[in-house]
Structures are given as C-alpha cells and as structure tokens.
Design a protein around this ligand. Structure first.
Ligand SMILES: [Zn+2]
Ligand SMILES: [Zn+2]
Length: 162
C-alpha cells in the first residue's frame, strides 16, 4: 500500500549523482551504489539496512554491508530517503518524490499503515511558528495493534473462555 507519488523533475539516480558530485571532495558513483538506488526506488517500502541486504542478496545482487550503511547515510543526506525511528533499528523510506505522511505501526505483525492528515501538518507548523523554529522534518509513528491483530486477539480470548 502506498500513497500517490509526487511529481519530481529529476530521477532519484540523477539527484544522487548530483549530490555526490557536489561534495567538497566529489565522490564516484559506483556500480554497487547504482544497484542500491535502483533497488530501493523500484518500490515504496519501509526497511532497515539488514532487510535491504537480505532482499538484495536474494535478488542476486552483490552488496557489501559497509557500502549499504554508508550509502543509506548519503541517501538521507541527499534528501532521497528519510529515517524512521521504530525501536532498536533505524528504518528508511523514500522521501524524494513521495508525499509527507505519518504512520501507524502494528507492533505485533510489523505492518506499517501510511496516512496523511492536514490537521497534524497544520499543528506542527503552528508549534514551529510559535517557537521560531525552522523544521527540517519530523517522524510521527503511532504504535499499537492493527485491525487484523486486534481481531485475532479478541478471537483467541473468546476461545480461552470456552
Ligand atoms: Zn498487526
Ligand atoms: Zn511511510
């Protein structure tokens, strides 16, 4: 499940190349980085570094752990990905070309539900304005149990009572 994409002028790959070239010490765009960028931007997803490494290896790519960690940090810095703090592991998702949204995270099955709420956006802007604060972004994750997990739990409780 993903939200409709936002039109962008550049491909994620071109934007990342531009970022690498604009560094104080320009960096080379390597084959592994290209595979990573293509893979990550082929579908919208919430993932952590280890999941990404496993998925890519299963898909037949050769990726080194160090390159993945370094490249993820650069993709965040370049504005292509954003970090989501979901507990002990850092998760990532598309930022570039994807609308601002918030999350419901099911702590039982791990499902992530995305939603857009203009009222939350407005409240955040208002708080920032009051504090003369220039926001660069935010993460808003509501933890709990999704409808399926709640239903399963209620059903189990009913069985326990019989
Ligand atoms: Zn669930
Ligand atoms: Zn999301």
């Amino acid at each position: 499940m993903s939200l409709p994409a936002v039109a962008v002028s550049q491909s994620p790959e071109d934007k990342f190349r531009e970022y690498l070239a604009s560094r104080a010490r320009p960096q080379r765009y390597t084959g592994q980085q290209r595979d990573l960028v293509h893979y990550i931007f082929s579908r919208h997803n919430h993932f952590d570094a280890d999941q990404l490494i496993d998925d890519m290896k299963r898909a037949g790519f050769t990726v080194s752990r160090a390159t993945v960690y370094r490249t993820l940090a650069k993709l965040v810095d370049a504005g292509l990905l954003r970090r989501l703090e979901l507990g002990p592991r850092t998760h990532y998702e598309h930022d570039y070309g994807y609308p601002q949204h918030e999350h419901l995270h099911c702590d039982e099955c791990g499902q992530m539900i995305e939603f857009q709420a203009p009222a939350i956006e407005a409240a955040i802007q208002e708080v920032c304005r009051q504090h003369h604060f220039r926001a660069s972004g935010h993460t808003f994750v509501i933890h709990g149990a999704c409808a399926d997990c709640t239903r399963a739990r209620v059903a189990k409780r009913r069985l326990d009572l019989i």
